[in-house]
Design a protein around this ligand. Structure first.
Ligand code: ATP
Length: 267
């Protein structure tokens, strides 16, 4: 049996891995139109494995639509290349199978199943649905490791429906980990969380982003400042600015359309 390696050594860093040949997600000229309204307008984005990239911008900027387009949920033009493989135009399940995982603003877990069963199903470990519903004596190593990483080892047998809001988000992230997703696209993972849960989620992202391609949509600038290693700013469907948190905060264009002065004061 192979040793699971869900948890990498090290921390995410700006620019991603500096050694070897890192995996990447390269988005070129991505456009999405809804009945003639251009919600995403020629977006270019490149996220390298090991970077913890945040995608920020005002409401309606097109952030979720970018992720929808990458994951095949909305039709788009342009190109999305995952480490040499074009994924734009493929079906949702094919894109997922190529290692591109996402979460939604509202966690989509199976509420009536236990935490462990949710992870088992995500891992697709070859058991029939009936077998999976039975309590088992052994837990697959990757599932066990995911339970530790997401901090739910003590809640493995709890029904997902009774988890706290934050824990459901962590479970959803765990489901991506056991699916071996190497691209994580997370839509506002800390929305509605307590302060403690936010901190724990940030640490979780830090742990898992060190060896994955990670793009996180977020509005909370304190959270972005604390955990982002790089930031892309989207406004009116276009990339307005890109760089470190300090660089985008200092960008006059970003201040004008998004951050204003209050968000940048004191930082
Ligand atoms: N299915 C759709 N049909 C028509 N218009 C849509 C659809 N989905 C999104 N839009 C529009 O596209 C634009 C971008 O929406 P999107 O949800 O991607 O923005 P966002 O940056 O994620 O916003 P928020 O931060 O509020 O979640 C908005 O004007 C939205 O109303």
């Amino acid at each position: 049996m192979t040793t699971p390696t869900l948890l990498p050594d090290g921390e995410p860093q700006a620019g991603g891995w500096r050694r070897g040949r890192p995996k990447y997600l390269e988005v070129r000229n991505l456009s999405v139109s809804f009945d003639g309204f251009l919600a995403v307008d020629n977006v270019d984005l490149e996220v390298i494995q090991g970077d913890l990239r945040f995608l920020i911008g005002p409401n309606g900027a097109g952030k979720t639509t970018v992720i929808d387009a990458i994951t095949g949920l909305v039709p788009a033009t342009g190109s999305v290349n995952h480490t040499g493989t074009e994924i734009l135009g493929r079906k949702v399940h094919q894109i997922a199978r190529l290692g591109v995982g996402r979460t939604f603003q509202t966690a989509s877990v199976f509420e009536n199943l236990s935490v462990l069963q949710n992870l088992d199903i995500a891992a697709g470990s070859g058991r029939s649905p009936l077998q999976m519903l039975r309590r088992r004596n052994s837990v697959e190593p990757a599932v066990e490791e995911a339970l530790e990483i997401i901090g739910l080892a003590g809640a493995a047998d709890k029904k997902a429906g009774i988890l706290a809001h934050g824990q459901k988000q962590w479970l959803e992230i765990g489901m991506l980990l056991v699916q071996n997703s190497d691209v994580l696209l997370l839509d506002e993972p800390i929305a509605g969380m307590s302060q403690d849960e936010r901190g724990e989620t940030g640490e979780l992202l830090r742990r898992i982003a060190a060896n994955r391609i990670t793009l996180v949509i977020e509005h909370d600038m304190d959270f972005v400042r604390e955990f982002a290693t790089s930031v892309s700013v989207l406004a009116a469907g276009k990339v307005l600015s890109e760089g470190s948190v300090a660089q985008v905060q200092a960008d006059k264009k970003v201040q004008d359309v998004y951050l204003g002065t209050s968000a940048t004061e004191g930082h």
